[in-house]
Design a protein around this ligand. Sequence first.
Ligand code: SF4
Length: 454
Amino acid sequence: MDACPAPVREPTDRCPGVLRLHEAADGRLARVRLPGGRISARGLLAIAEVAALGNGIVELTSRASLQLRGLPAGCDSRCSALLAAGGLLPSAAHDRVRNILASPVAGRHPRSLCHTDEVVAALDRALCADPRLAALPGHFLFAVDDGTGLADARRADVALVAEGPGAPASFRLWLAGLPTTLRATAPNAPRRALEAARAFLLLRTEPGACWRLADVEHGPARLARGLGGELRPVSNCERYPLTTRQRQRDGATAITVLPALGRLDRDALVGLASLVGEVRLSTQRTVTVVDVPAGDVAALTVRLAALGVVTTAGSGWRGLSACAGLGACANARVDVRAAAAARARVRGADAPVEHWSACERRCGQPAGAAVSVVATADGLRVETSGDAASDHAPHAARDAASDHAPHAARDAAGDGAPRAAGVGAPVGRPPADPAWPPAVADVDAALALLEAGS
Ligand code: SF4
């Protein structure tokens, strides 16, 4: 097979996990993979216990994982023992490769085509049972979509996307966001996905250069052919909305809440564990409780709100994010979290997706961010646009608050990133003219500029 293109990635996969912690400015950082975004009450309590060892900050990531910040040096084995006791480390060898996205309601949405919990669980079990697959990069991503688009399957290297009509539903294999001609029934779908993952390992002949399938030259097409299929023209992949109180197909309700800026503290974790047996995290950094009987919805919503999470649709926190910022990252120039809190008080719930970065790395900037505020050496740049760096831009800016922290500071979006509206620069990549848009002096000036433009 052809070799990968010239190395552009760091030679070592430094993606953190439960057993390999990352040294951040605010201490050590552990990342806990949650296939399908699911975590039990027991797991939440284990996370809370580990959080108490550090600064108490727990972040939801854009891959529906959790990461613990501010852990002290020398706590690694205590951390991993607590997390293992909470059922969060089923395979030490596979800790960093259990990256499996799914819809948080997993087949319960009225528009879903099939349930996916068992497919996700079977995929996770089979992944952990194969020692070869422990060699996958920590960035490599699987997804299992129930037909609603809520699993963000286009972001995944290998995705199983439910398709209809017909019963039982079948899953189409997608590779790096591209559909293939390959399909499988639910019982066979995990095997199909893992065949693709093994083929990726053979394809990337320079492991240090290729963390994702899209990094391999013609990777998706070559992999599809290797499995006996072809790529298909990209089809419209609809994403249906998930409401805060989503009525399920079976008449029960799924309640979805939003921790402000994707953070939960120890008390909120313990509180959640006392209320429900399991929660499901999403790529939107939300927390969902499924299968709530109609008569329990109001009371449970009140109890969730008491934990400090956003339970209503009309909140300025929706669509608002910020990087780790001051106190958590040595590169931070301003307190973007305080700035975001000020924005949340004045933004409408339907305001465009907005991200604040405390330096040019733009960690955690979501794909599709329409407004971006970046602290530079010259001041704060306020950019607006209709789109941003795609998760599949091979070298997209990545995140200290997402699953790509140690590999932050990548090139941003490729060609086609739209031009800014109003203030001049494309969100997600350096401007062609570094003097435009002009930076404003401080956070207050940036806030005023945004408010004037809203
Ligand atoms: S954008 Fe990333 S590197 Fe820069 S300050 Fe924020 S967290 Fe740190």
